[in-house]
Design a protein around this ligand. Structure first.
Ligand code: XBP
Ligand code: MG
Length: 255
């Protein structure tokens, strides 16, 4: 029986990367007098590195290894990442980012049905709070009793740590949960924790293979704009609502 829906944040709850984190990085670079600009193609590739600090470190290592190896290299990465997060919070608070279509309805339907809703993300508590304050409102915390971020565990996705800690706090078996993810790293993390996972592809994850996903779609869809993709039984077109997820979850457990 489906007892909990576990939501990834970046890319799944909202398209935070293209118009949020990426834009905030570029603003932070400009403020710091650094001549870098991450366009969509660059950022899409960088997203293979989960974690903003790690992503920044990886890029810096490729373009200017000497500067990174200087005695203040690590401190500069941390400062830039901190500033990116502050600018990201401002963008989010200014209403530049929205929940993806169908997300709010799905969360409300789950709660009405007595299904727990949790968050499992590689970003930080600060960034989750900024996003949900702006898109859901100050009461968001009461609806998500379990919120696990990379602040709480040793390893980010694709390691299973964030999902394993989420299961522990939910006090739920992996098979009784369903994860919603947008990326290969997130899907891998959920699978490694034994949690069935439905993928809703996002702006930067429209094409990569998603092996082992219970279903893989281009969104949750709506009546006016149905989603497309593949479910456990083959091609799917329509709206992914709670009854549909419950049906897919039963299929996944049976197989
Ligand atoms: C995706 C990530 C995060 C974000 C930015 O997280 O890899 O690093 O890009 O967040 P999710 P930080 O698991 O929600 O998809 O800069 O705070 O790392
Ligand atoms: Mg994601």
């Amino acid at each position: 029986m489906l007892k909990a829906l576990i939501f990834d944040v970046d890319g799944t709850l909202a398209e935070t990367e293209a118009n949020g984190h990426r834009v905030a990085y570029n603003m932070a670079f400009e403020e710091a007098g650094i001549n870098w600009h991450w366009d969509h193609d660059v950022y899409r590739e960088l997203l293979d590195i989960t974690g903003g600090r790690e992503r920044l470190h990886h890029y810096w290592r490729n373009v200017e290894p000497e500067a990174l190896d200087a005695s203040d290299g690590a401190q500069r990465v941390n400062e830039l990442h901190r500033r990116k997060n502050a600018l990201y919070s401002n963008l989010v608070a200014a209403g530049k980012i929205f929940l993806r279509s169908g997300i709010a309805a799905l969360i409300n339907a789950a709660r009405d049905a007595g299904i727990q809703t949790a968050i499992a993300t590689s970003t930080s508590h600060g960034n989750v709070d900024a996003l949900l304050q702006a898109t859901w409102g100050p009461t968001w915390t009461s609806g998500f009793p379990v919120v696990v971020t990379s602040d709480d565990v040793a390893h980010k996705k694709p390691a299973p740590d964030i999902y394993l800690e989420t299961l522990r706090r939910l006090d739920c078996a992996a098979a009784d949960c369903l994860a919603l993810e947008d990326s290969p790293a997130g899907l891998t993390a959920a699978k490694r924790a034994g949690i069935p996972c439905v993928v809703t592809r996002g702006f930067y994850t429209a094409t990569p293979p998603m092996p082992g996903a219970l279903a893989c779609l281009d969104g949750l869809g709506s009546t006016e704009d149905p989603c497309q993709g593949v479910g456990p039984d083959g091609p799917f077109q329509g709206v992914v609502d709670l009854p549909q997820l419950q049906a897919w979850h039963r299929t996944g457990i049976a197989s």
